[in-house]
Ligand binder design. Sequence first.
Ligand code: ADP
Ligand code: MG
Length: 333
Amino acid sequence: KDVADRIAAGEVILRPASVVKELLENSIDAHATQIEVSLLDGGLKTIKFRDNGDGIHPDDLTLLCERFATSKLTKYEDLLSLGTFGFRGEALASISFVSHLTVITMREKSDFAYQAYFENGQLVPSEKLGTANPKKCSGVKGTTFIVEDLFYNCPLRKKSLNSSKEEYRFIIDLLMKYSVRYPSVSFSCRRLENTKFDFFTPCVESELSSIGNVYGKEVTEELIEVASSTTSWSLHGYVTNANFSLRRSQFIFFVNGRLIEWQSLKRAISSLYSSLLPKGGYPFIYIDVVIDPRLIDVNVHPAKRQIYFMDEDNIVQTLLRSIEAKLKISVSS
Ligand code: ADP
Ligand code: MG
């Protein structure tokens, strides 16, 4: 059974950045406005992740890493109209199957924080640990996750990872993208051994100022706003105009608040730009889609990076037309 669970976990957690992505989504669901990531060895040795969100009720700690333990789904209809990101209760379980996981959490108006240590989906028994588990400790409001020795029990997965420098880079890249979508959340990332941040964004007013902080003011100066909607979805975003090129393309797609890969849209936009731009060129593209949850299935891919759309062609075509119209204006002016 453990082996099966570990294999299932390996479908959700592919690398340190997948841990961070799951934790990020949970923190945002828990109304965090401040998220701090510190890493040892690009997260391969330690991922320390802190948020200032709602915290977890001590009674919920026992089952926290049980598969399908979720506080976000109470009845089947919820599955169809879910506003939050996660809802399958699989992320923390998966993380606990492939690492050593410590959770320290404190809710508002509570006198204590609680620390709990998990392995293989379960709280490690106090007798085995030699200390109470969970145990009371001091703390501040919010939740800290310490994920150690990722893939210690999956040597093949561990071997397939890139260097810690590259894994670190994936995490920064993820934080950059989330900070665009969540300008009111402050994100930071540093090496655990350093006090200096390698990445930091303050809370700002708008996606545009966030793009400026993270990707550079020269990018924001070249952006065109796009927006369109129907009764079942709406999207808005920013794309670079036709005279501007990055050194490599940057695609940021969010659907209902969650970062996703959207290969078909990526390809369509890339070919639109190369057909419009004489010299070719690498655009910056940020698109945020809000869609009736009944029209998407986020469960096709376990890591939720790919989703299935009922209305995908329609969305892609509408968006392309609206980008094209604006780009033509910018080319001719
Ligand atoms: P899901 O997000 O699908 O519900 P997870 O395994 O990601 O499942 O998380 C399990 C549960 O743990 C969540 O439903 C939530 O109640 C709680 N939780 C996880 N992370 C946090 C956090 N940072 N702050 C508060 N509660 C959290
Ligand atoms: Mg989750």
